[in-house]
Design a protein around this ligand. Structure first.
Ligand code: GLN
Length: 448
């Protein structure tokens, strides 16, 4: 803990932590140290974890990187965090992110953007940019992030670490500040697959407090080194041919594919005619859910209240106008629009049907194949400010990651190469729903 705290102090310029729980962490470390000596310590004794600032931790501030939650303190602890604490993990602080997890560069934070630890002029990715950077800069062992449309996998790729988005329903969302409830999942960032597996064993499983959590018990991943092979992989031919995919990333994936074939695995190119529909489906449905989820921030119940308000209505209006950032407001408006009468069927209803279709197609592929292989992102980390001016350019960042959230499947990004520009990039794997165990095994095989 002391080593991590020292390094955190040396790296404040990266703007990774919104708050460091130094006193708490030291105290817990002492208690856990004693437990270790008495042989009574939990499975994660001494594991130092950072939490994205959209997870509740009782009696600690939580802001979702928004001004609207100014001064708000959690009244309870998120189940995922609670379970780690129960096994003697140590929470070292809360990490910066895009406001309400909306973004792909961490620049939508009310507290300024996080800098990529590998090159400070670049974005660490988003929305869990602080989480990814906290692992990449060795400021903790494990970071908890959330992934609604790639927010764990893309920053993992940009910072050279592992990022796992579990199957929807694998990890309880209780205590996770909602962005788009039918997409959101909590998952870990780490530097090795075994840490990821140990954390998932503790964090997963049924939670009475989240009706969308699966009744299946948490996975027991055991020794990840064993994979039943030979395996069958699929990739989408149109993904690799896509304009905008960095040629070096493309070449690297082609090389990986050849390598897998040489090892005796099957790798087939498939057609996936829905690639261009994924981002529109994602943004229609997530903004719709967000507009509803964010209605609760009214200047009365939580956090920030405008000082310029004169009556109830102006309290709502002014608090929301002053409290929410630009991107969040854009999404609330978009979501309200797609849900409005007269447009509902044309946008929201249609996107729901398209979501079902994507889910079906994904199931069909994964009935025949063990895993789908994809780039995580079309490119390596981009410069800060580069994509801020055009929100649709930023939305297109998510092209390869949102399928897993639309369909609810587990997916992981593992570091796979270094670009000639010096930055790392990840390769993404997706398996069938609740095949998280297989996913982690194949991921381990791919990195080793
Ligand atoms: N970039 C996506 C968005 O802005 C993903 C966000 C996320 O996964 N939380 O919605």
């Amino acid at each position: 803990v002391n080593e991590f705290l020292e390094r955190i102090d040396q790296h404040t310029d990266l703007n990774i932590f919104l708050e460091v729980f130094a006193g708490d962490a030291r105290q817990r470390a002492t208690v856990i140290d004693e437990k270790i000596q008495h042989g009574t310590a939990g499975k994660l004794a001494g594991l130092v974890v950072s939490i994205k600032d959209n997870m509740c931790f009782k009696d600690h501030k939580v802001s979702a990187a928004s001004k609207i939650l100014e001064g708000f303190e959690s009244l309870f602890t998120a189940t995922a965090v609670e379970r780690l604490l129960a096994e003697d993990a140590i929470v070292i602080g809360r990490t910066n992110c895009d406001e309400f997890a909306m973004g792909s560069s961490n620049e939508n934070s009310a507290f300024g953007s996080v800098k990529n630890p590998l090159n400070t002029s670049l974005s660490p990715g988003g929305s869990s940019g602080g989480a990814a950077a906290s692992v990449a800069a060795n400021l903790c062992h494990i970071a908890l992030g959330s992934d609604t449309g790639g927010s764990i996998r893309q920053p993992a790729s940009f910072t050279g670490v592992i990022g796992h988005k579990p199957t929807y329903g694998r990890v309880s969302r209780y205590g996770l500040i909602a962005y788009a409830s039918s997409f959101d999942q909590i998952g870990p960032f780490g530097k090795n697959m075994d840490d990821i597996a140990r954390v998932m064993e503790v964090m997963g499983g049924k939670d009475e407090m989240d009706s969308t959590s699966s009744s299946r018990p948490a996975d027991d991943h055991g020794d990840l080194a064993k994979v039943e092979g030979p395996l069958k992989f699929a990739y989408y031919a149109d993904v690799l041919e896509r304009e905008g995919l960095d040629p070096e990333i493309k070449a690297h994936i082609e090389q990986k594919i050849e390598g897998l074939r040489a090892e005796g695995h099957t790798v087939d190119a498939l057609e996936f005619p829905y690639l261009d529909s994924l981002v529109p489906i994602y943004y229609i449905l997530t903004t719709a859910e967000a507009s509803s989820n964010l209605a609760r921030y009214d200047g009365v119940h939580f956090g920030y209240r405008s000082e310029n308000a004169t009556d109830l209505e102006s309290t709502y209006k002014k608090s929301r106008t002053e409290g929410f950032g630009e991107e969040v407001k854009r999404r609330i408006m978009l979501g309200t629009f797609v849900l409005s009468s007269g447009y509902y069927d044309a946008y929201y209803g249609k996107a729901q049907k398209a979501r079902n279709l994507i889910r079906q197609k994904t199931d069909e592929v994964l009935a025949d194949y063990d895993a789908i292989l994809l780039p995580t992102s079309p490119h390596t980390a981009f410069p800060l400010e580069q994509e801020l001016s055009d929100p649709t350019v930023m939305y297109l960042e998510d092209i390869f990651t949102v399928q897993a959230n639309i369909a609810g499947n587990p997916a992981i990004s593992v570091p796979t190469g270094t670009h000639s520009n010096g930055m790392p990039f990840g390769i993404q794997l997706m398996t069938g729903r609740f095949e998280d165990d297989k996913l982690l095994r194949i991921a381990k095989m791919l990195i080793s």
